[in-house]
Design a protein around this ligand. Structure first.
Ligand code: AMP
Ligand code: TRP
Length: 334
């Protein structure tokens, strides 16, 4: 019997500078799994245009994201890192899956509902977003999808779509499962620990971007909202979400155990907590920033690496899209 390595697929939008929520919730997990598993990481530009984008900004952010992912430890030798629009099968697969997906499944997606509320005019692509995401995942016979907590509903939808297609046309897809880490799955805004840290909130103090300077990081952490009490311990209590969020950030940047962290802060105040958290973030991000500054000066090299990634991705996705087309009854091009 041949055993196949576990397949891992995840995606990330080139729609703005990454923050530490993206890094701790998603990227750190992707880097940790490299080597033992077969990894595909996709820069999802087709998803990004489901809300209006400036074309020049999108092109710049796509290369910046590639540089940031490599700077964060994604090794293009070990992970297939590619741009979604370079592999036609994603758009084609989305179309075929559209035609087995009931509209009602999409209308109840919470991310769609929240994003739609923020738009004056909602684009059709925004409603269809999770079907494209299902195509991304299913084209690669993905076993595991490591994501932050906010993507759980989309992965469940991909499972439902896979199940329905398999039922209608015969076994075609592996049914994937979401992998959501316990700590870091939901990094909260520093200025409001009741809200998720988000790429689209540009209020100063909301997020720490991966490329922020040490001074900016100190400024933001110093003003982070803490709790009414004085306790410094991990907690699931919503009234203590501010300190818990800072502790999780500290935990994930230092790699220390929760017990060691609580012992370290025992008897200390929130001022000391903030100083230490800021320094841990600065030290954790320093090598990433340095590497990023270097990589971004050579866009031709980034494009070369992305072209190799796309070629590897096509070798897996192209036979799968042919199989999908055959299953639904298309005459395949000779
Ligand atoms: P996006 O920025 O929407 O392209 O998300 C990229 C990845 O980061 C996805 O796996 C998200 O689930 C994850 N992510 C985004 N925001 C957060 C957050 N505040 N905490 C943890 N993970 C997050
Ligand atoms: N929707 C995901 C996000 O915003 C990005 C994404 C697109 C994705 N395709 C994917 C994540 C496939 C996992 C698997 O975070």
């Amino acid at each position: 019997m041949t055993t196949r390595k576990t397949r891992v697929f995840s995606g990330i939008q080139p729609s703005g500078m990454l923050h530490i929520g993206n890094y701790l919730g998603a990227i750190q997990q992707w880097v940790a799994g490299q080597g033992q598993k077969t990894n595909f990481i996709c820069i999802v530009d087709l998803h990004a245009i489901t809300v209006p984008q400036d074309p020049e900004a999108l092109r710049r952010q796509t290369r910046e994201l590639a540089a940031l992912l490599i700077a964060s430890g994604i090794d293009p030798q070990q992970t297939t890192l590619f741009v979604q629009s370079h592999v036609r099968a994603h758009a084609e697969g989305c179309w075929v899956l559209n035609c087995v997906t009931p509209l009602g499944w999409l209308e109840r997606m919470t991310q769609y509902k929240t994003k739609a509320q923020k738009q004056e005019s909602v684009l059709t692509g925004l409603l269809d977003y999770p079907v494209l995401q299902a195509a991304d995942i299913l084209l690669y016979d993905t076993d595991e999808v490591p994501v932050g907590d906010d993507q759980k509903q989309h992965i469940e939808l991909a499972r439902d779509i896979a199940g329905r297609f398999n039922h209608l046309f015969g076994e075609t897809f592996v049914v994937p499962k979401p992998v959501i880490r316990e700590s870091g799955a939901r990094i909260m805004a520093l200025n409001d620990p009741s809200a998720k840290m988000s790429k689209s909130d540009f209020t100063r103090g909301h997020a720490i971007r991966i490329t922020d300077t040490p001074d900016e990081i100190r400024w933001v952490v110093k003003r982070a909202v803490t709790d009414p009490g004085r306790d410094i311990s991990f907690s699931a209590d919503p009234d203590r979400a501010g300190v818990n969020n800072l502790l999780q950030i500290y935990e994930l940047f230092t790699g220390q155990s929760r017990a060691a962290i609580e012992a370290h802060f025992a008897g200390k105040g929130y001022g000391a907590l903030k100083t230490d958290v800021a320094e841990a973030v600065i030290e954790g991000l320093r090598p990433i920033r340095e590497r990023f500054d270097q990589l971004i000066t050579d866009p031709a090299e980034l494009d070369r690496l992305l072209a190799i990634g796309a070629e590897h991705a096509r070798a897996v996705a192209d036979p799968k899209i042919r199989l999908m087309m055959e299953r639904v009854g298309f005459v395949l091009p000779a």
